[in-house]
Design a protein around this ligand. Sequence first.
Ligand code: FES
Length: 114
Amino acid sequence: MRESTGTSSSGGLFRNGVVPIFTDGRSDVVRIDELNQVISITLDGRTMTVAAGTTVAAAILQAGANSRTSVRGEPRQPLCGMGICYECRAQIDGRMHQRTCHIVCGPGMEIVTG
Ligand code: FES
């Protein structure tokens, strides 16, 4: 596969074919040549596939689900997409209240909404 060597005008948004993605530490980069790959995740007990590099928030929206339900019973979905509003929280691999807009789907990842 061909490897990108591009850089952004901001001085290195991506280098050596690696795109940095904000996460909680599970995986901080997605290689450009991996972006055309498909991975399998489990969302509320159902297996689904997403493109590598897809955030958990995007996968939840792709499935037509809500991230969580508020204490008043209102369905919540991602709002800001940049980690500020906390509206996108869901359980990921057993860890509660993860901001899904900051986490990239990993193979076999188990996501629970609601
Ligand atoms: S969408 Fe606002 S914190 Fe994730």
